[in-house]
Design a protein around this ligand. Structure first.
Ligand code: ITT
Length: 192
């Protein structure tokens, strides 16, 4: 088995990515398994830059190949916001519910449908080589919270062609279509 550290503190991402790498030659090690989830300053301008910042920071600590992702939600009527600021949109130490409420408040004055997309930039880094992959999932923001699965903006996001929010999908079903699944399945194929 090839060990891959997944450089995330987000347990929702961890569950999804562990499932994506099930039954492969890769064993996903989490920062929780390693006993330390360091605070990493994500000050890049792009998803890809931030994903690389995380991967390199964790590689420097453990000297073991790392995967990381930076991801977010982009809402068309909000000019692409919250974008790279998705994690802390409602401020430092905000909850997912705070972020969701802020989006719903901001969208109140706009007509429906509220088009949006999730994007994910995934990277692999082993101290020498960088491999990159990207995924996106298009859909709509609805005006209320629905469902309890997943994390982040899942309760207010309905994928195109679906009548349920992502928080009403099982993690297996979310992994059939999500931005993160597309990015990490591509990365997995590129790594061979
Ligand atoms: P790490 O940096 O430790 O991986 P994070 O939660 O801070 O965890 P990001 O910086 O990539 O991750 O921010 C992504 C945010 O975008 C995340 O906190 C959610 O609010 C949102 N997001 C990303 N993917 C999502 C998904 O699949 N479903 C719902 N929200 C998502």
């Amino acid at each position: 088995m090839n060990k891959l550290i997944f450089a995330t503190g987000n347990k929702g991402k961890l569950k999804e990515v562990k499932e994506i790498f099930e039954n492969t030659n890769y064993e996903i090690i989490s920062l929780y398994d390693l006993g330390e989830v360091p605070e990493i300053i994500e000050d890049g301008d792009t998803y890809e830059a931030n994903a690389l910042i995380k991967a390199k920071a964790i590689y420097e600590i453990h000297k073991t190949p790392v995967i990381a992702d930076d991801s977010g939600l982009s809402v068309e009527q909000l000019n692409g916001k919250p974008g790279v600021y998705s994690a802390r949109y409602a401020g430092e130490n905000c909850t997912y519910a705070d972020n969701n409420k802020k989006i719903l408040d901001e969208l109140k004055s706009f007509p429906t449908p509220h088009k949006a997309k999730f994007v994910c930039s995934a990277v692999f880094y082993d101290g020498k080589n960088i491999t990159r992959a990207f995924g996106e999932l298009r859909g709509y923001i609805i005006s209320e919270f629905k469902g309890t699965n997943g994390f982040g903006y899942d309760p207010i996001f309905v994928p195109e062609g679906s009548s349920r929010t992502l928080a009403q999908f099982s993690s297996e079903d979310k992994n059939e279509i999500s931005h993160r699944a597309i990015a990490f399945n591509t990365l997995k194929d590129l790594l061979g």
